[in-house]
Ligand binder design. Structure first.
Ligand code: ARG
Length: 396
């Protein structure tokens, strides 16, 4: 059973033991959610778990899930950085590894029937372990939040104050906050939903410049200091959050068709993606830039929609990885009161040539070629329009 230590999955431990007369092995995966893993272990055991696994998967998460998302400029519907979505197939993979080692017959997750995570878990788990039964009891039990809290109290399961206010999911790639006051899509989110970012109003009055260096599409240093993936993401989160960068208020289309209002806090993502997209434009040809936008949006769609293990995603990864071979260089950004502005970039693979692009008449760019080019480029467009003009004038 995937166990987060939160209300749903705590109730779930008891419920599965009672309802299925089963022995439960719990597993908590650290993807940087900042929860106390030792605490989760103690709690799980107290609730009757036979055995508990704490697995630190942060490094793997950064390298195998976040880095591909950076290469794909991953923002679902242009806004959501997949901070929750990306962790699900990794958690599922770890569950299957433990289940195989322990000889478990079932795989249990605590998702409700309303969200995206049930889709991601069900598909990934059943694709990786087709012989095991995938169970989602929360989807079936039909308990309201209140009934759950009562069940918890009656069974000695502690309920935190926070659990009553918002539903929060976090990873090193960002925080997602739902429920409570946020359900009114017209309400400005109260300040207390945010933990990683200062409000723009309270951010420093002087901007800060940050330089990120990429090698083959992935970030490797910040302000000249080479960093390991986790350290780098943490450092950018820190700097950007201080300047009020990273707050996202999104009307999102869930896989199952519901529209939902989601608040995210993803400072590092927004800065890193802004820099990465800019660098791609510096080193890629126009054809590559425009084609990759389509590949990226398909990649994001699969990653969001629970199809991480679909072979199409592997196919797209192959394309995207190849496309990143030249994405090496540095991007300079200015952070100021919630805004991010790219203010400079350079690369040994740059296709930008100052000598070609300038307005000086004596460059090697021969302007006389443009006239003939435009003639051919617009040929069909002109033909269509003259035909249309002809038809209109013939109308009685
Ligand atoms: N809508 C996002 C997703 O499907 C985030 C869900 C986060 N869950 C939460 N309990 N706040 O990936």
């Amino acid at each position: 059973m995937a166990y987060s230590g939160g209300l749903d999955t705590s109730v779930l431990i008891k419920y599965v033991q009672e309802k299925y007369d089963a022995q439960v092995i719990t597993i908590t995966i650290d993807v940087g959610q900042g929860e106390d893993l030792k605490g989760a272990e103690e709690k799980a055991k107290k609730l009757g778990a036979l055995k508990h696994y704490n697995i630190d998967a942060k490094e793997e998460f950064a390298k195998e899930y976040i880095f591909p998302a950076i290469k794909a400029n991953a923002l679902y519907e242009g806004k959501y950085p997949l901070s929750t979505s990306l962790s699900r197939p990794l958690i599922a993979k770890k569950m299957v590894e433990v289940a195989e080692k322990e000889g478990a017959t079932g795989l249990v997750h605590g998702c409700t029937g309303r969200g995206n995570d049930q889709v991601r878990f069900d598909i990934t788990l059943s694709a990786l372990a087709p012989e095991k039964k995938v169970l989602a009891p929360v989807r079936e039990w039909g308990l309201t939040r209140e009934e759950e809290i009562t069940y918890a109290k009656n069974n000695g399961i502690p309920v935190s104050e926070n659990a009553k206010k918002y539903s929060i999911d976090a990873s090193i790639w960002g925080r997602a906050i739902e429920c409570g006051l946020l359900e009114d899509a017209n309400n400005e989110p109260p300040e207390d939903v945010y933990e990683w970012t200062t409000s723009a109003e309270n951010a420093p009055n002087t901007p800060e410049i940050i330089t990120i260096r990429f090698e083959q599409g992935v970030p490797v240093s910040v302000n000249g200091k080479v960093m390991a993936p986790l350290e780098l993401i943490g450092a950018v989160n820190e700097i950007a959050g201080k300047h009020g960068v990273g707050r996202i208020d999104h009307i999102e289309d869930r896989i199952i068709g519901l529209k939902s209002r989601e608040i995210y806090e993803c400072p590092a993502v927004l800065v890193i993606l802004e820099a990465h997209k800019d660098l791609e434009k510096l080193v890629m040809t126009r054809h590559q830039v425009l084609f990759k936008q389509q590949i990226d949006s398909q990649w994001v769609y699969l990653a969001y929609s629970g199809l991480w293990v679909d072979p199409l995603k592997d196919d797209l990864d192959a394309y995207i990885n190849r496309s990143q071979e030249n994405v090496t260089g540095e991007v300079k950004l200015k952070l100021y009161k919630g805004s991010i502005q790219v203010i400079g970039r350079n690369s040994p693979n740059s296709l930008y040539d100052k000598n070609l692009a300038n307005y000086n008449i004596k460059t090697s760019f021969d302007q006389s070629y443009s006239k003939g080019f435009i003639e051919l480029w617009g040929l069909q467009t002109r033909m269509y329009n003259s035909l249309k003009a002809c038809k209109t004038s013939q109308k009685p």
